[in-house]
Design a protein around this ligand. Structure first.
Ligand code: AMP
Length: 287
């Protein structure tokens, strides 16, 4: 497996590959969720390239860019074990050459609220770096986790609207045995916080019960949202948001109506000690 740091080198290495190429963009600190993306890439393509880049433009001024974990040697080993053909790990100056004039890549209709409201500028940073990484590597397909649901929808919209010749592939969320979604930031959790963190998943399970169980079939999204907030708070987490949205457009819902929206997504975010945790699940609305 090769490791490259420059755009020129990754283009040369990619150009030498025959067959379909999948890109798995990551910020490193790889865990089983990233491994699932790499393995998924290996099933739908002949070769998988993993990018490892902690992207400064998607972090806010008071966020954890400088202290974000960077266990690079371990990441390379994990990518190799998961079957990647190469790792592209550019420096910040390679992705953002000093003196270059910045483009603004954004999807305003999807990026304004939820994570976008909590983290101003975050999705503009994500779109810009994902567009750059895609053009640098030129894969046939790029794999993104459903764990970052709003990001996934935004990247899909960006690729479609800008006619990017790359398919976007969604990969299901990998969870701990108790349901907590894997995240590189889980490493910041104290044992006590870790015990509380499962509250997000439990809130999603409650939403699933209320929407999918025919004996309940709750039709009012506000009732489900209030129940999720209550669940999250009962685990000593501080709720940022707990919302039901249209699964494709992320639009707010007036009612939960299978004729109108057969699929809704429950999206939750909460603070758990020093960590902001996100989770979501797609629900199939019953009559
Ligand atoms: P990150 O390194 O956090 O930027 O994530 C890189 C990719 O891995 C993104 O597409 C994430 O959605 C995905 N990802 C992160 N956590 C998980 C998980 N628990 N299960 C599946 N995919 C994940």
């Amino acid at each position: 497996m090769w490791v490259t740091k420059t755009v020129e080198a990754v283009r040369r290495a990619r150009g030498a590959l025959r067959g379909r190429v999948a890109l798995v963009p990551t910020m490193g600190a790889l865990h089983a969720g990233h491994v699932a993306l790499i393995e998924h890439g290996g099933r739908i393509a002949d070769h998988v390239i993993v990018s490892v880049f902690v992207n400064p433009t998607q972090f806010g001024p008071n966020e954890d860019f400088t202290r974000y974990p960077r266990p690079f040697a371990r990441d390379v080993e994990m990518a190799r074990e998961a079957g990647a053909v190469g790792v592209f790990a550019p420096d910040v100056e390679e992705v953002y050459p000093p003196g270059d004039v910045a483009c603004d890549v954004s999807v305003p209709a999807l990026a304004g609220d939820l994570e976008g409201a909590q983290r101003p500028g975050h999705f503009a940073g994500v779109c810009r770096v994902v567009a750059k990484l895609l053009h640098m590597v030129s894969p046939d397909v790029a794999c993104f986790g459903q764990k970052d649901y709003q990001q996934l929808r935004i990247v899909e919209a960006m690729a479609r609207d800008l006619a990017m010749p790359y398919a976007i592939e969604a990969v299901p969320t990998v969870r701990e045995p108790d349901g907590l979604a894997l995240s590189s930031r889980n490493a910041y959790l104290s044992p006590e916080d870790r015990a509380h963190a499962v509250g997000l998943y439990r809130a999603l399970c409650e939403a699933r019960r209320m929407v999918e169980n025919p004996n309940v079939a709750e039709a009012d999204p506000r009732v489900v949202e209030a129940a999720m907030r209550q669940f999250i708070a009962s685990y000593h987490l501080v709720v940022d948001y707990a919302e039901l949205r249209h699964a494709k457009t992320l639009a707010k819902l007036e009612t939960i109506d299978p004729a109108h929206t057969p699929e809704v997504v429950a999206l939750v975010a909460a603070r758990c000690g020093p960590v902001r945790l996100l989770d979501n699940t797609v629900l199939h609305v019953v009559h």
